[in-house]
Design a protein around this ligand. Structure first.
Ligand code: AKG
Ligand code: FE2
Length: 391
């Protein structure tokens, strides 16, 4: 006789309810990785990566780059940008950034001002979003046509497979006192457990020198894998304070600030722990991020809504944006998205040389993004109230 049926009608089984939503929204997800405040706590202990000659050095040797990437979760490509490309990128970035501030469509995040702030202290980090629409040099970088772009593209094909996409491309300007972030994984939006390979790969192109004083990116070298294995190391149940402060094995360096000359790019495994670092020196840290994702994932910037300079994109860029099919089986993406036509005045290439452009009634003014930035940085962002667009 079946005891379970006779004794109680309330017997439960694992098949009674669908549990998956609660698994992704519970302490398994990003917000619950216990990393908040750690970057601040170790601020005075961070050492420059140049103290450790065994850590990745800028290289163009594909064998060295692969080995560094596997062991430390990142590698540094030497002369990713030529000297001439750096100057062009810097000039376009600074012009676009200033024009966005004057037009009040800028993404500026200020940090709280410390009591002993120097006279040059600005404490801001400005993000210049949707870069493929904002200059030839940025399109060149995103499509691996810069100086050593071919080496970077070979790495990318090995890391994410040939169908990878450009998830977002943005410029970053860090002023003295700005740029600090919490330690994170770039693929942290994905619920745990993660698969045993990176889902995303962020590349940071350095237009100025990266070092401890200049706000060189903080990295925990080797934090992506359990030492000597291909198993993921980052897990919500880890004790991160002791991992970063006690430090054993490949993680013995704790948090380091990347040191590398202008023109270098940092190619990172989406699982390695890192963060933007507070710039301690006067002046600006200039660069841009190209954040690529696996071809089966949703992109961070929705190209069909935000990438509006389509006529300037060649076939290679359209494929990276997911607008033209990159691999067989993706033909569904080959039509122009309807949403694209709804934007009337997009924020594209703006310049201080063309002041009349800055007075347009940008759709951006009516977005939730504008609402957020106008609140924290009203000098460089304006909100005109809810409109149709919700970027
Ligand atoms: O700006 C940096 O150095 C790092 C930025 C970063 O990690 C991010 O935006 O995800
Ligand atoms: Fe990041």
């Amino acid at each position: 006789m079946c005891v379970r049926v006779c004794l109680c009608n309330k017997m439960t089984s694992i098949y009674d309810e669908i549990p998956y939503a609660s698994m992704t929204e519970s302490p398994q997800s990003f917000a619950y990785l216990p990393l908040a405040g750690i970057a601040r706590k170790v601020y005075n202990k961070v050492r420059p990566s140049s103290d450790f000659p065994e850590l990745p050095q800028p290289s163009t040797d594909l064998k060295v780059l692969q080995k560094d990437f596997m062991k430390y979760g990142y590698c540094l490509v030497k002369d990713a940008l030529s000297k001439e490309e750096i100057e062009i990128a810097k000039a376009r970035l600074l012009d676009q950034a200033e024009a966005e501030c004057v037009a009040k469509v800028a993404h500026v995040t200020p940090s709280p001002k410390p009591k002993n702030a120097s006279s040059t202290w600005k404490g801001t980090r400005q993000l210049i979003a949707n870069m493929p629409a904002k200059g030839d040099i940025f399109r060149k970088i995103a499509t691996f046509r810069s100086n050593n772009g071919d080496i970077i593209e070979q790495l990318m094909n090995k890391i994410l497979g040939r169908s990878f996409l450009l998830s977002s491309q943005h410029g970053v300007i860090v002023e003295e006192g700005g740029g600090g972030q919490e330690l994170h994984q770039d693929q942290s939006g994905f619920p745990f457990p993660h698969p045993p390979y990176p889902l995303v790969c962020n590349i940071i192109y350095m237009y100025t020198e990266w070092n401890l004083e200049n706000g060189g990116t903080y990295v925990v070298p080797g934090s992506h894998l359990k030492e000597g294995t291909l198993e993921n190391n980052v897990d919500p149940n880890n004790d991160y304070t002791s991992m970063i402060e006690v430090n054993t094995g490949v993680n013995s360096k704790g948090v380091v600030a990347l040191c590398a000359p202008p023109g270098t790019c940092f190619v990172s495994d989406g699982r390695v722990l890192h963060s933007g670092a507070t710039r301690r020196a006067p002046g600006q840290r200039l660069g841009n991020n190209c954040y690529y994702c696996h071809g089966r994932l949703r992109q961070q910037e929705n190209a069909s809504v935000q990438f509006t300079a389509l006529e300037k994109a060649d076939s290679k860029l359209l494929k990276l944006l997911g607008i033209q099919p990159k691999m067989p089986g993706f033909h569904i993406l080959s039509q122009m998205p309807a949403q694209h036509n709804k934007i009337k005045v997009p924020v594209e290439e703006l310049s201080m040389q063309r002041p009349s452009e800055l007075k347009q009634d940008f759709d951006w003014y009516y977005t939730n993004t504008a609402k957020g930035f106008a609140k924290i940085s009203p000098d460089s962002a304006m909100y005109k109230g809810p409109g149709e667009s919700k970027m």
